[in-house]
Design a protein around this ligand. Sequence first.
Ligand code: PEP
Length: 262
Amino acid sequence: MAHKEPENLIKMRKNIVAGNWKMNTTVEEGVELASEVNDLLKGKKANCEVVVCVPFTHLVPVHGVIDEGVMGLGAENCSEHDKGAYTGEVSASMVKSTGASHVILGHSERRQYFGENNAQLLAKTKQALANGLTPIFCVGEVLEERENGSYNDVVKGQVEALFELSPEDFSKIIIAYEPVWAIGTGKTATADQAQDMHAHIRKVIEDKYGKEIADNTSILYGGSCKPSNAKELFAKPDVDGGLIGGAALKADSFMGIIEAFD
Ligand code: PEP
């Protein structure tokens, strides 16, 4: 008789590796990078879901070179408004119409450099969900908050900004924990620091939405994740993959992180 794992050991949530290209690559370079990753993934079945989040200008051409079922496509932001006189903005329905499935929201660079606040981020999340996009919602403390010990409360507050959502809507969200002091700095949170925060986030979700939704929420780690540290981070029970910046800009390093799930 086949061995059956006790129910509480079966992980229902998805493991995900998502790339965040930020403001990098021309359209031509981006299309080349995406097709390279797509081809490598076609040659081997990844043990996680793979998504690349790219600049708005790249969505349509990148969508044209990736295969459905091999990798997903996301934007790095969307407007909090539905449509209309918002020059320069890109709405969630526009993003959706490119063939994208995901959108990063609340990245620390958006919070820090563009002043995005909790109310706007809730509005953006509602727009994304209303248009059938999966938000990858970023949270994370700055160095000072890590050092003064307020990091758990800070991140709790960022997650709670979404607590107006119905349980059904909240269950569609992916959370990315990205300690700001680890983004692009080469300084990674230790696997234990990541696990502690991910378990904390899951508890915050459980207290509001219950155990089932908390257990089914994928929580990704982001911040100087690379092939050499991905395995240790992803081995932690509450770390369900990564949101990858710099290392997503080269097919071999991005693949090295995806392969941490092998
Ligand atoms: C990011 O910006 O989402 C990120 C995780 O960047 P990096 O991997 O370069 O630290």
